[in-house]
Design a protein. Structure first.
Length: 256
């Protein structure tokens, strides 16, 4: 599902409101064609992105360091951080080994960047990703080239703690089985209604539909939780499970 967005230009300041990204849809992906390009110069172009539609920018792309402009990913929300996806790395963003960064990220000209984005809300994390590059072109009459940041794609998942992968645009990729079963199992799956969750020191579980809406909560605690999906339409649901240590994982369940 593509988001809707608006662009307003004022002088050389470019503002993109990501107003539609939190609309219904598990993973909301926007591909910019042509890409959004930000020119590095005095009063440089800036792109600010509001992932969760709370009218506050979470991160953005801009040029810093007058008079020697350099491209950066900038964090605008103290609850937002990022990580660069290494080439060949197929891990999900919930992998414990992920090295999340809390400072602005420098972008080298002529390089491509695969950004993983994490946004904390309460005790949950929401994940997204972005694809950018930076390039230069001749600037007639000047000894210095024009420099640009190009933003090609941005995506955001509305399901809390969902193990999103960089480049993922839909849930057909499935849930990483290794991570999801780290401390819990869900059965029967598919189910006709009642779902049992087993593990150690389980605390809670919430069920989300494919619109990102919470539709059920679990009962019980300890080694067993139960979720009743009776009365819900047939389809795919996501169970967000939390244990007493605060660990979280997501299981995909099919309701027949």
């Amino acid at each position: 599902m593509k988001k809707t967005f608006t662009i307003a230009i004022m002088a050389t300041l470019l503002m993109v409101s990501f107003s539609g990204i939190a609309q219904p849809g598990i993973i909301v992906h926007s591909h910019f064609d042509p890409p959004v390009t930000l020119l590095g110069q005095l009063d440089s172009d800036t792109l600010k992105i509001d992932l969760d539609k709370d009218d506050l920018a979470d991160f953005g792309f801009c040029w810093l360091g007058y008079p020697w402009w350099e491209p950066y990913l900038v964090l605008l929300n103290p609850n937002c951080d990022y990580m660069l996806q290494n080439v060949g790395d197929t891990s999900s963003m919930t992998t414990p080994e992920m090295q999340w960064q809390h400072h602005n990220g420098y972008i080298s000209v002529e390089d491509e960047y695969k950004w993983c984005i994490r946004l904390k809300e309460g005790g949950d994390y929401y994940y997204g990703w972005a694809y950018t590059d930076a390039f230069s072109e001749p600037n007639p009459g000047s000894a210095h080239n024009k420099l640009y940041i190009a933003v090609h794609d941005i995506a955001y998942c509305t399901i809390p703690n969902y193990p999103l992968h960089w480049g993922q645009t839909n849930t057909n990729w499935g849930v990483d089985e290794t991570e999801s079963t780290a401390f819990s199992n869900v059965y029967p799956n598919p189910t006709s209604g009642l779902v049992t969750i087993t593990g150690q020191d389980l605390k809670s579980a919430e069920v989300f539909n494919t619109l990102g809406q919470q539709v059920a909560t679990a009962t019980g605690e300890g080694e067993t939780l139960q979720v009743d999906l009776n009365g819900l339409p047939a389809g795919v649901y996501f169970v967000n499970i939390t244990d007493k240590e605060g660990r979280k994982c997501v299981q995909k369940v099919v309701k027949e």
